[in-house]
Write a protein that binds this ligand. Sequence first.
Ligand code: DQA
Length: 148
Amino acid sequence: MATEPQILLLNGPNLNMLGQREPAIYGTDTLAEIEQRCHAHADALGLALNFKQSNHEGELVTWIQDANGVCDGLIINAGAYTHTSIALLDALTLLDCPIIELHLSNVFAREKFRHHSYISPVATGVICGLGGHGYMLAMDAVKRLLDD
Ligand code: DQA
């Protein structure tokens, strides 16, 4: 039997505060609730999901490096590092699997400094503005890309 595709879903800084953090922008679901829904959705899609969060840029870089040659798809909500981190861009450039950049909020409808993403140039696609549901859509997208 073929093994399930391995999907790494990374969450960056402050996403551990979902539920308490600016609910008008990010919604009231906690990251643990979103994670639970992601696991149920991954099971339904036949994907093996590894869901992680870190407030540390270097830790995210290491996780991306470790995914090289291991993961079949990577989904990343890099939080504020999206707008600042050349190190994340360089790490993501190592990967040759589909990469989905994800944001809960519509970053283009917010402050100007959120309009630029260092990681978009290496993303296969970007999902933003759809709240927690965006996480499910990102997994749908990875599944579709791997099936095609
Ligand atoms: C975010 C958008 C970023 O601009 C912000 O810094 C975050 C969350 C989002 O999911 O909407 O931390 O990535």
